[in-house]
Unconditional design. Sequence first.
Length: 112
Amino acid sequence: MTADPRGALADLVAAFERHLEASASKRGEEDPTVIAAYDDLADAFAAYDDTLLQAYGEMTPLDIYDGDEDDDDEDEDDEELDDHSDEDGDGAVYSGLDDTDYDDGDEDDDRA
């Protein structure tokens, strides 16, 4: 039996609409209606992506964020990024040039 991507897409669109409505009327940061709509949306997306793969051998370019900070891919990304924290050991993080570090070339403008 081949799954129907159109039906899964309709379910996904409906899940997006429910999530929008729940978000627009949320009552606090931990509103259970928003959390349930979020979970339903993630499930509907996964079902659509799976159905699309089964029917046509295609997938969407999207991933579901699951909040897992211990992914192997993230460890690889961390190795590539340098946060530049305290490279010179002075206890401060570089955040741009200070006024004293900036030479605008207008030192002769102080003439009276």
